[in-house]
Design a protein around this ligand. Structure first.
Ligand SMILES: [Zn+2]
Length: 319
């Protein structure tokens, strides 16, 4: 994200968070920062990174959202629970996690019947996709996790056109489908958006070449929702809207230039949950070239490249 308009949104979000989120205010004041010190993306890096494990600590100190929620708890739509436990809010707005843009880039839209094989319990993954698909006008069949034989029956009886879930679960479904006598010509799924796991190119090739399922990846977290997604080039992840993504030195929090691997640090420009400089603990890097699709001007992420703990151990290798 860049430009004067984005800096305005950063200032607006910070002003709101300063007013309503005492934990953000404390973090800035402890770093000797006043609200006026942050004029845009460049100065954002002066705010210390909030690591994911610190989020759990803050939530324990000031339950349930650690002084980081900008609305009243009773104005939320849902509350989810990540391992920790860490509570994740869903604001009462359509497509709260901004997943529709990733689905649209993967070719999902009106007329699609989609099995949503992510869990709808505790984790927000199921609802993230559900809301995004509904925002696009697609029909959702909330099949959730497991029940492979039943899922294959549902897919073939309903003429399901799209799959969302993990790549390994899609592979497992296709294995059952093959056992039941279905093949690329008869099995109806034609598109897939996968996340939550790496997608090896061997698996993508199998989905696409063998089963004719056009397969895309999406990347996000339970805390901040969609971060990046693939376009038709399938080379790197375009950045999602309504957030600032920085790749930072995992130790100092300093932004790193394109090509260097660091922690994915997200600032969520949300009036509900304005997480500022949130350290996801994931490693990635910005790609140095622009995407031939020309659809989005923003830089692209290389995708998930490991966890920060691994990088610190072998820091010389990465940085
Ligand atoms: Zn592109």
């Amino acid at each position: 994200m860049e430009g004067a308009m984005d800096d305005v949104r950063i200032r607006e979000t910070l002003a709101l968070a300063w007013e309503r989120c005492p934990a953000l205010r404390t973090r800035m004041e402890e770093a000797g920062l006043a609200l006026e010190d942050i004029r845009g993306e460049e100065e954002l890096a002066r705010i210390p990174v909030l690591k994911k494990d610190q989020l759990g600590v803050l939530q324990t100190q000031a339950p349930p959202f650690g002084g980081l929620l900008a609305v009243d708890v009773k104005d939320l739509a849902r509350i989810f629970v990540s391992p920790g436990p860490i509570f994740d809010p869903q604001g009462a707005v359509p497509d709260y996690w901004r997943r529709a843009q990733a689905l649209e880039a993967a070719g999902f839209g009106p007329g699609d019947l989609v099995v949503n094989t992510f869990s709808y319990h505790l984790t927000p993954a199921g609802f993230m996709y559900d809301e995004g698909l509904r925002a696009l006008g697609a029909v959702v069949v909330p099949t959730g996790v497991g029940n492979r034989e039943l899922q294959v029956e549902i897919i073939t009886k309903l003429g399901i056109t799209g799959f969302v879930g993990t790549p390994s679960f899609l592979a497992a479904l296709l294995e059952v489908a093959r056992e039941k006598g279905w093949g690329p010509g008869s099995f109806p799924i034609r598109k897939a958006l996968v996340s939550a796991e790496p997608l090896p190119s061997s698996l993508r090739n199998m989905f696409q070449d063998e089963w004719e399922i056009d397969t895309y990846q999406c990347y996000g977290t339970a805390d901040v929702g969609t971060i990046g997604f693939e376009c038709s080039q399938k080379e790197g992840l375009h950045l999602a809207q309504d957030m600032v993504v920085q790749i930072c030195d995992p130790v100092t929090g300093e932004p790193l230039p394109p090509g260097q691997v660091g922690e994915v640090v997200v600032t969520l420009l949300s009036p509900v949950y304005p997480l500022i400089r949130f350290g996801t603990g994931d490693l990635s890097k910005f790609l140095e070239d622009s995407c031939p699709c020309g659809r989005w001007a923003s830089p692209r992420l290389a995708g998930f490249m490991g966890r920060v703990g691994d990088a610190v151990k072998v820091r010389g290798l990465f940085i």
